[in-house]
Design a protein around this ligand. Sequence first.
Ligand SMILES: [Zn+2]
Length: 622
Amino acid sequence: MGTGINDSTLHSRKAAKRIMSYLVLARKYRPQTFEDVISQQHVTTTLKNAIAASRVAHAILFAGPRGTGKTTLARILAKALNCEKGPTDTPCNTCASCTDITSGHAADVFEIDGASNNSVDQIRDLRETVKYAPTRSPNKIYIIDEVHMLSIAAFNALLKTLEEPPPHVLFFFATTEPHKIPITILSRCQRHDLRRVDITTLAAHLMNICAAEKREVAPEAIELVAREAGGSVRDSLSLLDQLLSATPGPVTHDHAAELLGVMDRKQIFDAAAALIRGDAPLLLDSIAALHAGGHDFRAFHADLIAHFRHLLVAKMAPDRPDLIDTPAHEHQALQEQAAAVSGPWLAAIVDLLIAETSRVRFSASPRFAMETLFLKLLQKPRAESVSGLIKRLDKMMAGDGPAPDKPVQSPQPNWQTPPPKLPEQYAAAPPQSVPPHPASRPAPAQTPSQEPPPAEYPQRMPAPSPPYSESVPMPTQGPPLPPAPPSLPKDAPPEAIWNAVRQQLSNAHPALAACLGKCTLKKMANQSIELEITGTRFDLSRIQDDKQQALIKAALTPYIGEPITLTVIGKTGTQDTRIQKKRQEDQMRQEAEHHPIVQKALRELGGRILNITVFKPKENEV
Ligand SMILES: [Zn+2]
């Protein structure tokens, strides 16, 4: 090295060069082939097929959310058509044409920003250049980004060229708002809609980039970045860039949460769990914690809506995790949380959360708005399923007293971070903090613990049981039925035994007895009993319940001994069909009543309907 340049100057020049040559991740990892574009296979496959068949349209519109690959796809398509080895669906990325397009210096590929070149004069200039043949490549390609920003006059100026462009000219448009493009333009374009990238795919993509960058980033941090990006690859890479530059060593979940200013997922799950349990103190506490952490309540509110929407979907379509855009490890926790409540209750919560959006958003004190909203949500009555009600009724009749309700312990995914510490006054909140309901029984003696307060909520708002699932946990203690001494001789006829058993059960378990009333004894030989039930599917499922079977067997044991095999055959359907038929008839009556001709007759003749008879169709009629 020459004189006059000392080591530190050299060092700083090298550093400056390093900074100058630093490429942001979004540019460094911009896809260069169709295969690199994630989550848009429906578009890339179509384009590749079009190239292979030489059927690429001369005007193509890429529509979709920001950062999903619209301009990227336009560039790859330009390369594919202008590649020296092309047209090919796998551009070489090494020839002069490909590298020029990558660097943005291609002589025949024009990238135009629609937002800043939106006037009619600019489009007229463009129209002039279109006439000339390409200089170096087979095609002259115009990529217009944010094309919806063009003025109406500009669009009109473009119309003619777009309809019949010279043979070597192609237009690729990209837009986030296709609805703002005039229909006359849309109808001249082949349209491809790009999808938002789901969190799991995006997280996997980011993970690969971190590996390529040789950076250690916790999966939870990646997940947070992917979630925050809202389905945009570019946004996710910008956030990741920011995160990697801000943290020199390994990046943890806390780093990401702090930098992105987002809430821990656990806080959302905790708040939802508290709401499901009906735990007002814990809910208010979660808000206090958010306030202390300086979190944005509007974001919290939006996250909460998303969470309850996910719960509702998990409840209504448990086999469709693809409908819930959350990482896989949260699915199980969502399922379990959803199992603890009823679908209608979840729907009501989502409704109210959405209805109150503007209040939270525009309130001068979002904290108080959020608190009152929570208290309102707590007022929503929990719908209990019929089977849950009957089970509780049975328990009461059997003298078990109120159900030994454990508060619904809401399931949570495995979080890396420790749960936030609760302030002392809430950690062991005594049940008195909620005014006791007049009908409530005295609460059992409390032992202070970290567990949420059992309070009197079980009586006031019974632990909700899911109407759509049979996962209600039943107490495992055996039935409290003392075997009555058999008052019949050993060789009594089966019917007599069965009647005695029914009689005995009817005193202690009226609901079960009602079910048994629909049963006919088909067979009783040795210790094998076969019953046939004529009722709804509900009756069948109820009598097939383990606990009910145990009750019946226990009542039978003194007469026929153990072990007993009890089989119940459903003759279901009759009841269901009857109900269905009744509904059909009701509907027909209503239709007849509201029929225009009938209505007209009523009006003009001044009559009234006395009776509507539904005629049964004859055998050969349909
Ligand atoms: Zn090439």
